[in-house]
Structures are given as structure tokens and as C-alpha cells.
Design a protein. Structure first.
Length: 185
């Protein structure tokens, strides 16, 4: 199968997802980039929940992120919290309102029905292929890779799902170790 055809299908699926989200977000006076921010914040760990982490992950400017965060904060979807050890650093946290929106729109309406006919084996193979495409493309583009904490080379298992970040020396809860991190290697 030609590479262009694979790209065409991936691009079209992405377009359909964005179209569904755009329609659903009208009710909240939000844009897809706002949902991107919320989805990232729901998935990232405490090392990555900063405006800079959001900008790096979404590969958009700090100014765009700043404006998006202001809008999300004014609409009650995001709360800012100063870092306990460095008051200059701001952490971003989702509100219950944001989590309810994410629960409603992720995945977008109709996606589950589209995936219903895939077997577990087919779904796992598709997931592995898409993960490999993304990883190889990130490497080729020389972009920072974000990844799940417990799969990072810095992660040190502590048993029972807990661990420690070998980079920072800080302890990681079972929940933290399942989230994405901007320090991933």
C-alpha cells in the first residue's frame, strides 16, 4: 500500500475528528485548540502541567497558549496554581467542569461505533502501528518526545505501581507513572 494512501486515511480521520469537536464545542464557545489543551492537561503529570509544557506538546506559540489558557480560565475550565517551591512557575489544573466536557467529547461522538467491529487483536495491532508512526515521525522531525512516565528510561519502579523519577529523584504515585511527561526519554 503506498505511503501516500496511509497518510490520506490518517489525515481524513483527523479532519473528521476535528469537525466533530468543532461542532460540539460551539455550545461552549470553545475552539478545538481549547480541547487540545484540556486533553493534554488531563493526560500529563506534574512536571508537564505548565503553560510551557502545553506549548511544547501542542507545538504552538507561548502567546497562543497564553490566550487559550486565559479563555479556559475565564470560562471555568482551568485553574492556575503557583508551584510550591518556585512561585514563578504556574501549574494548570482541570476543573470538574473541564473533566465533564472531556468525558462527553473524548472520544468524539460516533467514534466508538466506528471501532466496534475491530477485534482486540486488530485494535492492538492498529494501536501499535500508529504509535510507531508517531514515534518515528517525532524522531525524524527532531522534536521533543512526550511519553508515558513508566516507559521512560528515567523511571525506577518502586513496586505496586509506584516509582521514582531517576531524573528528579521524586517519588511517583501509580497515577503519576501512567501520565505523559515532557522529560520523557
Amino acid at each position: 500500500m503506498p505511503d501516500n494512501l496511509i497518510f490520506e486515511f490518517i489525515e481524513r480521520i483527523g479532519y473528521v475528528i476535528r469537525t466533530e469537536w468543532r461542532k460540539a464545542l460551539l455550545e461552549y464557545d470553545l475552539q478545538p485548540v481549547h480541547l487540545d489543551v484540556l486533553r493534554y492537561l488531563a493526560a500529563c503529570n506534574r512536571y508537564s502541567d505548565t503553560p510551557q509544557g502545553v506549548a511544547e506538546y501542542l507545538e504552538i506559540t507561548k502567546g497562543t497558549i497564553s490566550q487559550s489558557i486565559k479563555q479556559l480560565e475565564s470560562k471555568g475550565f482551568v485553574e492556575k496554581q503557583a508551584d510550591a517551591s518556585d512561585r514563578r512557575m504556574v501549574h494548570l489544573h482541570l476543573t470538574e467542569k473541564a473533566q465533564a466536557l472531556l468525558d462527553k467529547l473524548t472520544p468524539p461522538p460516533g467514534f466508538d461505533a466506528a471501532m466496534r467491529n475491530f477485534s482486540g487483536t486488530e485494535e492492538a495491532a492498529l494501536l501499535g502501528s500508529l504509535r510507531d508512526i508517531l514515534a518515528q515521525w517525532q524522531i525524524a522531525r527532531k522534536r521533543q518526545r512526550f511519553g508515558v512516565c513508566h516507559t521512560c528510561r528515567h523511571y525506577q519502579s518502586g513496586g505496586a505501581g509506584t516509582g521514582q523519577c531517576g531524573l528528579t529523584g521524586e517519588g511517583l504515585s501509580a497515577e503519576d507513572s501512567q501520565k505523559i511527561c515532557r522529560e520523557f526519554t
